[in-house]
Design a protein around this ligand. Structure first.
Ligand code: SF4
Length: 107
């Protein structure tokens, strides 16, 4: 007999983590000025190469090219501000369908 495992509470989202937005940095265009790390230090940090990378919810720097992390809900405004003000226009805040919420090269 097939049974379906249905927990009384369906997979809750992690507290404070948006299920909607994700963010990445294109290091090829990063100027290393540090604005993003000032605005949202929980999400952006420099690696030893002097370029900005995103961090996951455990604070682990994601150094793979094009790595995304979810945008924590309380930090959405700060991350969007960083993307809007990034001098390298190299922060991409994307929706699940890949469309741009903020940042990226100005079209
Ligand atoms: S604000 Fe943009 S250009 Fe400046 S360090 Fe962050 S990702 Fe790089």
């Amino acid at each position: 007999m097939l049974t379906e495992d249905r927990s009384p509470v369906a997979t809750p989202a992690k507290p404070g983590v948006s299920a909607d937005l994700r963010v990445r940095v294109d290091q090829d265009a990063c100027t290393g000025d540090g604005l993003c790390a000032q605005l949202a230090p929980a999400v952006f940090e420099f690696d030893v190469d002097g370029l900005a990378y995103v961090k996951d919810s455990a604070g682990e720097l994601q150094t793979q090219p094009g790595a995304y992390v979810p945008v924590p809900l309380p930090l959405v405004d700060a991350v969007v501000d960083a993307a809007d003000e990034c001098p390298g226009t190299c922060i991409y805040v994307e929706r699940p369908d890949g469309t741009l919420e903020a940042g990226g090269p100005v079209g």
